[in-house]
Design a protein around this ligand. Sequence first.
Ligand SMILES: *Cc1c(COP(=O)(O)O)cnc(C)c1O
Length: 425
Amino acid sequence: MTSNTEWFERAKRVIPGGVNSPVRAFNAVGGDPLYVVSGAGARIRTSDGEELLDFCGSWGPLILGHSHPEVIAAIQEAAAAGTSFGINTPREVEFAELLCELAGIEKVRLVNSGTEATMTAVRLARGATGRSKIIKFAGCYHGHSDGLLVAAGSGLMTGGVTSSSGVSPAVAAEVFVPPFNDLEAVNAIVAAHGDELAAIILEPIAANMGLVMPEEGFLEGLRTAADRCGAVFIFDEVITGFRLGPTTYARQCGISPDLVCLGKIIGGGLPIGAVGGRATVMDHLAPLGEVYQAGTLSGNPVAVAAGLATLKRLQSEPPYGRMATMAKRLASETNALAAAAGVALNVAVSGSLFTPFFSDRPVGNYNDAKQCDTARHAAFFHAMLRAGIYLPPSQFEVGFVSAAHMEADIDQFIAAAKVALEEIV
Ligand SMILES: *Cc1c(COP(=O)(O)O)cnc(C)c1O
């Protein structure tokens, strides 16, 4: 059998960095990355023949666990009937109807990834308002399109700087990047530049700087600010959509963005994304409107079948309460073990999302997250991996409990964490 290390060596010869998405390279934690040959339920098997208990779940899509029988059956049935037509299919209509009903949106357009969903949402906002500037928040991730790979610049009012080489500075200059949870900063930008703002976009629960919850009043305040200046208010729910209940977080928290971006869970492990919201905004999309957006594989029948099967299962047998109970116990018992071992750790948790922040303070924005002890996080990650637990390989990510996890799996996590925390003191 070819080992992880051998696959990595071969991969590096033909794939830049040996990976098709950078975080898989383990740069944040060190060591050689994994190559996986199969997954079932809460477990994956690597090419070293090791079985790992998986708390990454393909970065969120696999809320039902790996190879869920109903999802696999739907994929097989759809694939046998043809994998792509470039013509409309009945099932994509059913899927769009279900998304609209469950997410409480009027119209939805299917795309192929979360990146496409947010890129389209921002273009739609610009097209609908005839303005070009946007607000995004430091530490929020919205995929890898040019206009959203932007970090905070030298001052709040100066616009952002590119967070990737190859992005035009002119694009970044159109983006204001205030800190998450800082309503005052947003209001200052709106006061000075409100009539130039096309959109305010954010993850309503930030899950790409580790898990950071919105403070009381933050989302309401943003809704008010967007209304005041006429900007389109966009929730990027690529992670939170269907993660905390069989709907969007917007619906759960009672705040109505104008557009919502979805991905990950709604594809059941296949590539999909969606942007949806108010018809008055959505109808700016071609062919009705003047904002162009298209895709050869958009609404792909196999991806739609996987998504439909996943959403139907989440409705018929909602796993949310059970997942939240398990995640809460994972967090509280790990926190207690860390306190006993004398390790500065606080595990943030919301529903089935969690992040072990190696810090003695709660994390409320990206600056706080950057203060964490990333070396200790890396040591913890590897100690957990040695004990058969796979966590996201970076401090700035969230872990996921899935419906396939059992209480015994949480016991296994906690037993592993006890050993790991004692090792890394
Ligand atoms: C993953 C993610 C994206 C990008 O989705 P891809 O399918 O990876 O392109 C966008 N926004 C958020 C909040 C995400 O977590």
